[in-house]
Unconditional design. Structure first.
Length: 319
């Protein structure tokens, strides 16, 4: 197996590109794909203050590393979800990565700050764990980015993640979500700009990137996610990809190029109805936002003082 660029010994084959790469050219390829995504969708400027949501897994540590390699300045944000050993261990990986490189890592611990954890909170609130978890994370990511005055919030979603979410949303025709399934969501009242620079890389590639760069990450999957639908969509797409290399890429990028715009008006309609949550000030279509309702139903509490959404023009505005 020879590197497509230098003809030296290759360490990885990327079937959707019909190409093999040596160590150096694979790393270059990862940087090139991330730069391309950043340029194509105006994700980040070099002067931006960037906040990367890091879980301690391969994708988020890889994207943090890649952004630094490409010359961006980026802090990290880790959210402790109270999922037993899984959370304890993931925190160690995120903290070690930051400490070894002298980087700033903001941490928010859900049980300490909000008085509930995902296993108990989701049970009490009668929500699936991944749904309570996703809701909590989204809220905390948004508020941390706004409170910290960051220009952009980065997550480590990769091509496999995005294709699987798209697969689920089209299987069930969740058209209201399809209009928001974009690699960039611009900042707007109460929401930071959110970007996914890894959409051009698969999880196999981010794992290889970490391995080659010596980045230690938590390999275990979240125990609460075992058997969920998202993972079964990933498996189904992986089966298709084996027989038809590039299928995932063309499914996701074909959607972005040819279909996503059709669903934006419906997503915009939802957004037009947003007002300030009476408890926390975050944008919501109800009086109390879904996060604050979850906190209440999970038997949790709000930190004192209630977070102020700096950078948000929604607080105190009429709605
Ligand atoms: P997931 O929802 O677990 O697929 O994760 C998607 C992305 O969300 C990751 O790549 C991270 O950027 C971010 N993320 C997930 N879990 C956490 C966490 N506990 N703390 C901070 N960021 C996270
Ligand atoms: Fe959220 Fe597993 S990381 S439920
Ligand atoms: Zn090479
Ligand atoms: Zn709220």
């Amino acid at each position: 197996m020879k590197c497509v660029t230098c003809r030296g010994p290759a360490v990885i084959d990327i079937r959707r590109q019909n190409a093999n790469y040596c160590v150096d050219h694979f790393l270059e390829q990862c940087r090139r794909q991330v730069s391309k995504a950043i340029r194509e969708w105006d994700m980040v400027e070099t002067s931006d203050r960037v906040l990367v949501a890091v879980s301690g897994g391969k994708d988020s540590l890889a994207v943090w590393d890649l952004l630094l390699e490409l010359g961006y300045q980026a802090d990290g944000l880790y959210v402790g979800l109270g999922i037993g050993d899984y959370s304890d261990t993931s925190a160690v990986y995120a903290k070690n990565f930051a400490e070894e490189r002298g980087l700033n890592l903001i941490t928010i611990d859900l049980p300490t700050t909000y008085g509930y954890d995902i296993p108990n909170g989701s049970r009490a609130a009668r929500r699936a764990p991944c749904s309570a978890c996703g809701l909590s994370k989204r809220h905390l990511f948004d508020s941390a980015a706004l409170e910290g005055g960051y220009d952009v919030l980065v997550t480590g979603h990769n091509l496999d993640d995005e294709a699987a979410v798209l697969f689920g949303n089209t299987l069930h025709w969740h058209t209201e979500y399809l209009g928001r399934q974009l690699p960039v969501l611009p900042a707007r009242d109460g929401f930071p700009k959110k970007v996914k620079p890894l959409v051009r890389l698969t999880e196999r590639e981010t794992a290889a990137y970490c391995l080659i760069k010596g980045i230690d990450y938590l390999v275990d999957e979240c125990p609460m996610a075992v058997g969920n639908r998202h993972l079964s969509y990933k498996e189904a797409l992986n089966d298709i990809e084996v027989k038809s290399p590039g299928a995932k890429h063309s499914f996701y990028f074909g959607f972005l190029d040819r279909a996503s715009a059709l669903f934006i008006p419906e997503a915009e309609e939802d957004r037009a109805q947003l007002q300030d949550c009476l408890t926390c000030g975050a944008p919501t279509t109800a009086d109390i936002c879904a996060f604050c309702r979850l906190v209440d139903r999970a038997g949790g509490h709000h930190p004192e003082p209630v977070p102020v959404h700096l950078g948000s023009t929604r607080r105190g505005s009429s709605s």
